[in-house]
Design a protein around this ligand. Structure first.
Ligand code: ZN
Length: 174
């Protein structure tokens, strides 16, 4: 197990479409475990493979762990391969942040209830019906796989200001 470096704006991998996964091998399983540990360490409630520099359709989430009583904490990450939103219903707005967009938050409109079909690490098909925070986190992570971050949900002015600052920071740090 090893922690991954979380890639931040303006790295182009965050703006790129992730490829479908066709083969579940040891490397993929290890990557999923590493991504989950990286997510817990950050801490965050979800992570997409783009965010650790892998352009493949893999996401990990755990919206329960951060809100669990300390004595009952148990890591049970949800790992989804090739997730696809197959139904959505209603609309809800809420503030989101992102590990790849540090020091930034924006109100994002999402579907209130969704159904997601995916494959798990055993290669079995899974269907998830979600609302609340899980629905929001799933939509956020699936956005990443399409090369979309929460910056796209900000006004062009805020987005440009943030990106300009991030580019400057990269230059300064070499
Ligand atoms: Zn994110």
């Amino acid at each position: 197990m090893s922690l991954k470096e979380i890639i931040t704006i303006p790295n182009s991998v965050l703006a790129s479409q992730a490829e479908l996964i066709t083969n579940i091998d040891d490397r993929l399983v290890r990557l999923a475990i590493d991504m989950a540990e990286t997510m817990y360490k950050a801490p965050g409630i979800g992570l997409a493979a783009n965010q650790v520099g892998e352009l493949i359709q893999l996401i990990v989430l755990d919206v329960v762990y951060p809100y669990t009583d300390i004595s009952e904490k148990k890591k049970q990450p949800v790992v989804l391969i090739n997730p696809e939103i197959t139904l959505c219903e209603g609309e809800t707005e809420g503030e989101e942040g992102c590990l790849s967009v540090p020091d930034f938050a924006v109100d994002v409109k999402r579907s209130a209830r969704i159904q997601v079909k995916a494959t798990n690490l055993d290669g079995d098909p899974v269907t998830i019906e979600a609302d609340g925070l899980l629905a929001r986190a799933l939509q956020h992570e699936i956005d990443h796989l399409r090369g979309v971050t929460i910056l796209e949900h900000a006004t062009p002015l805020r987005r440009n200001m943030y990106t300009r600052k991030a580019v400057k920071k990269v230059r300064r740090n070499g």
